[in-house]
Design a protein around this ligand. Structure first.
Ligand code: SF4
Length: 355
């Protein structure tokens, strides 16, 4: 028996070509593209403007494998964590964050790019649960389709544009899965399909310099975020093992080059770990690194995880660190903590534990 062709992950032209290859008119491809990416439909039988015989033929020969929703946890602040299952039964987590507490609010989605993560950051639940495999582009965009479907079912409000922002900040290091990530971005930004604004997309890397250099050459307007978390190599080696391969000097050279090429502002994420990276010297070193660049710093007070040694600093320590940076001329914000009560906050995702 022939393997079925996966249509999810194909762009409009590729679906049209597929339809041609099975002896059907190309325009049917455009119709199917809309059903998949605008209406989140994964069953050919529900595509009402496709002739019945073609629906049967497609069902026999093709798949649309939107990840299967298994369960959700809902935070007091409205953040939802979805557990999704791929066709090979691998599981990932996707976080849906409301932009306000209003009834018809829009949502941001934090998506995963790998099952587990090979980087192994010492403060991160994903990093300590090992690496299984990269996600394909269809599994990356599938997280949006699956989340939209679940949200509209639960909120009884179908609006295909309810998710307006996407951050590649869930499980995995996006630049270790570069080609699939870039392919998924092109699907997200297609105005004839999912239609997310390029400027509403952020890719966050732990400092994979190759990926930063490659992204600088793409004609994309997405935001680059760097998980920095330490301002000296000794500490960064301990927190993010990738730093041994790409130390701070090399990372900042790549970021500088990225900014010069794209003229786009970069965000540095700085998870605040009590007694580890919150001293006056840490702030002074951070200012020296960031000030020469077109960049801002997001301070993220750590979300404690059972079994991991690090602690969250007090509010006064966070405020003090913020003040040092601000007075040092840095464009800085403290990022509001979302979903920490359901372990959906930064660094708390894990495929190992079933929730
Ligand atoms: S923080 Fe990011 S890069 Fe580091 S282990 Fe966790 S998921 Fe991987």
């Amino acid at each position: 028996m022939n393997e079925k062709t996966e249509l999810l992950g194909m762009n409009n032209d590729e679906i049209e070509e597929y339809l041609s290859s099975i002896g059907e008119p190309k325009y049917r491809g455009r119709q199917i593209y809309k059903w998949i990416y605008q209406k989140n439909i994964s069953s050919f039988y529900n595509m009402s403007d496709i002739p019945k015989n073609l629906r049967v033929k497609l069902d026999e020969n093709a798949n649309i494998s939107i990840p299967r929703f298994l369960k959700q946890r809902v935070s007091q602040d409205g953040t939802r964590k979805f557990l999704l299952e791929m066709i090979d039964k691998k599981r990932i987590e996707t976080v849906v964050i409301p932009q306000s507490l209003e009834k018809n609010t829009k949502y941001s989605l934090c998506i995963s790019t790998q099952v587990g993560c090979p980087i192994g950051c010492s403060f991160c639940a994903t990093g300590t649960s090992g690496f299984q495999r990269n996600l394909k582009s269809y599994e990356i965009v599938g997280q949006i389709l699956s989340s939209r479907r679940e949200l509209s079912k639960r909120l009884k409000n179908f609006n295909s544009e309810m998710i307006t922002n996407v951050v590649y900040m869930g499980m995995g290091e996006p630049f270790l899965n570069y080609d699939e990530v870039i392919k998924s971005i092109h699907l997200l930004i297609d105005y004839k399909g999912i239609n997310i604004g390029q400027r509403n997309i952020t890719i966050s890397t732990a400092g994979e310099v190759n990926g930063i250099n490659k992204l600088a050459k793409e004609a994309l307007q997405v935001t680059l975020a760097i998980s920095l978390h330490a301002s000296n190599n000794h500490l960064r080696n301990r927190l993010i093992p990738l730093n041994k391969k790409y130390p701070i000097e090399e990372l900042f050279k790549a970021v500088d080059n990225y900014i010069k090429k794209t003229n786009r502002r970069v965000t540095f994420e700085y998870i605040m770990l009590d007694e580890i990276n919150t001293s006056r010297t840490d702030a002074t070193n951070l200012i020296k690194l960031v000030k020469p660049l077109l960049a801002n710093v997001n301070l993220i007070p750590y979300n404690e995880i059972q079994g991991i040694e690090f602690k969250k600093p007090s509010e006064s320590k966070v405020a003090q660190f913020y003040e040092w940076l601000e007075k040092g001329g840095i464009n800085v914000v403290v990022r509001g903590e979302r979903g920490s009560d359901i372990e959906a906050a930064c660094g708390q995702l894990s495929s190992r534990k079933e929730r």
